[in-house]
Design a protein around this ligand. Structure first.
Ligand SMILES: N[C@@H](Cc1ccccc1)C(=O)N[C@@H](Cc1ccccc1)C(=O)O
Length: 641
């Protein structure tokens, strides 16, 4: 791509690569890269807990804690990636290097799941579990570093490809980007569990975790290759030195200088950051003000993610107490989560092409911060729906889980062994009964074996039901178990249907579209040019904090009824939403490029005395614009909430 120099800013122009329908061709490679990367991440995550539980043989508590620690790490590492990108390597190289780390991590996970490597006695189970545990932990650490590290860079790098004249296209890009994330995650959350359920192995056949991790690993390699192929077409903004170090030093100097001049004899300055002017460049101070303004606005945001991320935990647990029978198909509780990406794929185009233009036609200025406020409100509404569904479940609930309890009574004059592919009832002595065992809902096949007698029968199980099966005394070699074995329903299945969760999924996803898609673009558009990735990382940090709040609130509140916890979260978000709307009201949108350009121009004009007055005036205006949120001066370009 040929970069052109902007005579005003002195910087390389972007948005000048080959264009297709007004979009830079380079973004095609970026969105395909994101699709493959998200496939890789969500696909691996979908089977991770089961890998811990069934392959590494950890208990539920350990599996859950390591899983959440991994997810939290994935949202903390963006800061690292952003600092490396903005201060040292630039976004392009950071994405390449960290993608390699990421792919190595995925391959390590796939290798760690090959049981044959240490299965020396060839019984189908690994003999050196330490090898598998260590390799998978190393793999997960590399993945967290890779996925988190590149996350703020890819979105910001995509935004960088657009020129100033392509603001509308850039907004559409962030929507398409979000669609790709959800397309990739939807496919992978459907495919990897299917791959896991296959049997594979050299000496003995086991559930194929290596394939379930191997395919995401391959997709990560594809993501990297696609990104490299687009290399010649990208606009690559150069990193501007250790910007984070400069920012910290500048803030530190402003604070200490302000403290040194605390006496009343010194005139006050408009903004506390202005105390850094004695030593630091005005442009850097202006850029720091821009970042601080946005970061201040971020303070209430973690509460949104606190509610959002409970889809995967609380809502899935809620689904386990519901009836997932949809006639032709039976939906498992964890499969309900795919409703989110499905709705995203439908709602993003509807919002972009119908709802937002319609609102605009009605003369309403639906600014990004207004959208985010509405998004928060919708998420709170989703939790009100979840509370109503929970009350419905509590009223009608017969049983606590989506497993069904099943026992056998052996009426034969000899012992019998009963098992399914997942559960072993063990040997039931003659005229005895077995303990209750948990059977998954849906269709289950039981295998009976007693001496020469061997037969099977299948039954459908409703959610949360309990059954007793009678093995008749007449059962003998050649009997048809399907007909001979009778069952009695001790407890009726759950009666509240999983479809009732659809409204809460709808509201939380509509909220996500308004909040998350908009926030992603807002974080990009309001960041100074040299801190785009840093602000993306700040945005992702709100996700990490939101996840910690879930743990804290659930631990501290310890409410006896689940529905009251949902109401508590809805109320908290509603309060936060009101606070955010007030903060947003006082926020003035800025155009960082324009402000930076003016600062640069003024530095360039330094020795031009004729422009001195004009320069001073412009600088004052820009400073005022950054300092005072009620400033209406740049009304054309910069609007309020
Ligand atoms: N809607 C989610 C993807 C998802 C897919 C399957 C189950 C649950 C979620 C999404 O778009 N995620 C984005 C943005 C995001 C959202 C929450 C926390 C961090 C980022 C993503 O980049 O993964």
């Amino acid at each position: 791509m040929a970069d052109h120099e902007d005579p005003k800013t002195g910087k390389k122009n972007k948005g000048t690569s080959k264009e297709v329908c007004g979009y830079p061709l380079s973004i095609f490679f970026i969105v395909v890269n994101e699709f493959c990367e998200r496939f890789s991440y969500y696909g691996m995550r979908a089977v991770l807990v089961l890998y811990f539980k069934y392959f590494l043989r950890w208990d539920d508590d350990l599996a859950t804690s390591i899983y959440h620690t991994f997810v939290a790490l994935c949202y903390l590492t963006p800061i690292l990636g952003a600092i490396v990108a903005d201060s040292w390597l630039g976004k392009f190289k950071t994405i390449i290097y960290l993608s390699i780390v990421y792919a190595i991590g995925q391959v390590a996970m796939a290798v760690s799941a090959i049981h044959d490597i240490t299965d020396t006695d060839r019984d189908g189970t690994p003999n050196n579990m330490t090898f598998h545990v260590v390799l998978s932990m190393v793999g997960l650490f590399l993945i967290a570093l890779g996925t988190g590290g590149i996350k703020p860079c890819v979105a910001a790098f995509g935004g960088d490809q657009f020129g100033d004249h392509q603001e509308r296209q850039r907004r559409t890009f962030f929507s398409v980007f979000y669609l790709c994330i959800n397309g990739g995650s939807l496919l992978s959350t459907i495919i990897t569990p299917i791959l896991r359920a296959q049997n594979c192995g050299i000496y003995s056949k086991q559930k194929c975790y290596s394939l379930a991790f191997g395919v995401p690993a391959a997709l990560m390699v594809v993501a990297l290759v696609v990104f490299i192929v687009g290399s010649g077409m990208y606009y690559k903004a150069k990193p501007e030195g250790n910007i984070m170090g400069d920012v910290c030093k500048c803030i530190g100097f402003a604070i200490s200088n302000r403290y040194k001049h605390r006496s009343k004899q010194y005139p006050s300055r408009e903004h506390w950051m202005d105390w850094a002017e004695d030593k630091y460049d005005k442009l850097l101070i202006a850029q720091i003000k821009m970042v601080l303004k946005v970061l201040f606005l971020y303070i209430p945001l973690p509460m949104f993610w606190t509610l959002f991320d409970q889809k995967g935990s609380r809502w899935t647990l809620q689904a386990t107490t519901m009836d997932g029978n949809f006639g032709a198909i039976v939906i498992q509780p964890d499969q309900m989560q795919t409703v989110n990406p499905i709705l995203i794929l439908t709602l993003v185009p509807i919002m972009d092409s119908v709802i937002y233009p319609l609102i605009k036609k009605c003369g309403l200025n639906f600014t990004p911060l207004k959208r985010m406020t509405v998004g928060m409100f919708l998420a709170a509404l989703a939790f009100v729906c979840a509370a109503v569904v929970q009350i419905e479940i509590d009223v009608s609930r017969k049983h606590l889980t989506y497993f069904n309890l099943t026992q056998f009574v052996n009426g034969m004059n000899k012992p019998v062994n009963v098992s399914t592919s997942e559960v072993v009832f063990g040997q039931i002595e003659k005229f005895h009964y077995s303990n209750y065992s948990q059977i998954r809902n849906g269709r289950a096949t039981f295998f009976l074996q007693s001496g020469q007698l061997s037969c099977a029968f299948s039954r459908d199980f409703g959610f949360g039901s309990s059954y007793t099966f009678f093995i008749p005394s007449t059962l003998s070699l050649g009997s048809n178990c399907q007909e001979s074995i009778t069952g009695a329903e001790d407890i009726k299945p759950n009666s509240v249907h999983m479809a009732l969760q659809v409204p809460q999924y709808f509201f939380i996803t509509a909220g996500e579209v308004m909040f998350s898609v908009t926030g992603l673009e807002f974080s990009y558009s309001q960041a100074p040019s040299n801190m785009k990735a840093v602000l993306q990382a700040g945005w992702l940090l709100t996700v990490a904090i939101g996840n910690f709040i879930v743990l804290i609130v659930a631990e501290v509140a310890k409410l006896p009824k689940q529905w009251t916890e949902y109401v508590l979260f809805a109320s908290l978000l509603l309060c936060v939403c009101i606070i955010f709307s007030i903060m947003a009201y006082f926020y003035t949108y800025i155009d960082p490029t324009e402000i930076e350009a003016k600062f640069r121009r003024n530095v360039g004009d330094d020795d031009d005395d004729k422009n001195d007055k004009q320069r001073k005036l412009e600088m004052e205006m820009m400073k005022r614009d950054l300092d005072r949120s009620d400033d209406e001066h740049y009304k054309g370009k910069q609007t309020k909430m």
